[in-house]
Design a protein around this ligand. Sequence first.
Ligand SMILES: C=CC1=C(C)c2cc3[nH]c(cc4nc(cc5[nH]c(cc1n2)c(C)c5CCC(=O)O)C(CCC(=O)O)=C4C)c(C)c3C=C
Ligand SMILES: [Fe+2]
Length: 442
Amino acid sequence: MSSPDSNEPIQTSPQPAKISRRRLFGAVGAGAVIAAGAGAAVGRLTAPESASEYGDVVAFHGEHQAGIVTPAQDRMHFVAFDVTTDSRDALVALLRKWTEMAERMTVGEEAHPDGAIGAGEYKPPSDTGEALDLDACQLTLTIGFGPSLFTTPDGRDRFGIADKRPTALVELPKFTGDALEPARSGGDICIQACANDPQVAVHAIRNLARVGFGTVAVKWSQLGFGRTSSTSTSQTTPRNLFGFKDGTRNIKAEETSTVSDFVWVDPKDDQPWMGGGSYLVARRIRMLIEPWDRTVLHEQERVIGRSKGTGAPLGQKAEFDELDLDSKGPRGPLIDKDAHVRLASKEELGGIQILRRGYNFTDGSDGFGHLDAGLFFIAYCRDPQKQFVPMQQSLAHNDAMNEYIKHVGSALFAVPPGVRAGEFWGSSLFGAPPGPVAEAEK
Ligand SMILES: C=CC1=C(C)c2cc3[nH]c(cc4nc(cc5[nH]c(cc1n2)c(C)c5CCC(=O)O)C(CCC(=O)O)=C4C)c(C)c3C=C
Ligand SMILES: [Fe+2]
């Protein structure tokens, strides 16, 4: 068992008991107590491989927010909000309330104590109810703050935090080939919900959005399935919608010094309130599935730079063999000059790395008979301007994959450090002392 203040992944019992929201209903309070009381796991090294493990709980409290290096779950619901008030007090009250709700939902409780049925027949229920009977399913909720929260596009400092905006938190530059849709880009606040059951992730976002009425409005949201990265060495590498293993050379939680160098912000980097936090880059990348599906296997593998079956780098045998960027094959370099893995590799980028945590998406078809599908790319980095930007510049200019993809949405958020008992999401930014959650409207 981990301490309640740690969200470091830890080894847990192999078969944690299933916990039902109903059984938990009204029985216990804080996450740690629930985890212990129900015999559930608090964080784990291995990804769940079956429904029987869906009772797992990932600790909400800790030095860092959960949902970054904690093992990537199978499903995601991501939302970006606009803040619709100019009142700092209203915003802080909402962040406090959201924190309290997140503490509850991540251990499998209803969003509020009286929940879906407890407030009586003559009040709208304070929990929407669709996750009743479902377990925590490793739900993680991760919050981030966009550049526009600090200064509005017309230059206003609505919440008195303009001087706390980190230098790294500026809009991403336009990259070659970008076809960004404003309605799928930006946002003042984001919340990433990941879980092993889509209904649990959707329930969490729905209930957070619901209590935000009058303070925030949903700007855009995205559902994702089939994680496209591993964030732990114990997870098998999943496949993306091009059919390739994705995440083989991702940063893994167990590589602690790489994680410190490339994921967590040091308090001395810039703004001390961001110490222990990170930056989240989100890109909705449409994958042009039909042309890809008509492309011969040899070309698909050349574009990626890896074998489709094994995931091995071209010229190698096994998935985790080293990339050989120097050797020549019969028709030129083993891994082409414009292969995706070459251009995104630390070897070609002066040592730069990022932590990827994206999801596949399919949003029906586009009206022309084409699948509207792709990769909802999420990266966490210590400084997006020094990591994501040069990497994406290199890919945007030269990547052979560009023929088959289109970036249609983009956003950047500062992800504050983790929450400790008595704190709330963003308390290091807003400097407000710990206190009870204001009883806001339900
Ligand atoms: C700016 C960063 C990246 C974007 C955008 C991106 C899009 C993208 N990637 C794939 C599929 C694969 N990517 C793979 C490796 C890989 N990709 C990035 C970065 C971006 N990808 C990095 C840093 C790496 C690792 C490079 C290395 O060091 O080897 C792979 C290979 C397997 C792996 O290592 O993960 C695949 C496959 C798609 C389909 C896509 C956009 C739709
Ligand atoms: Fe990639």
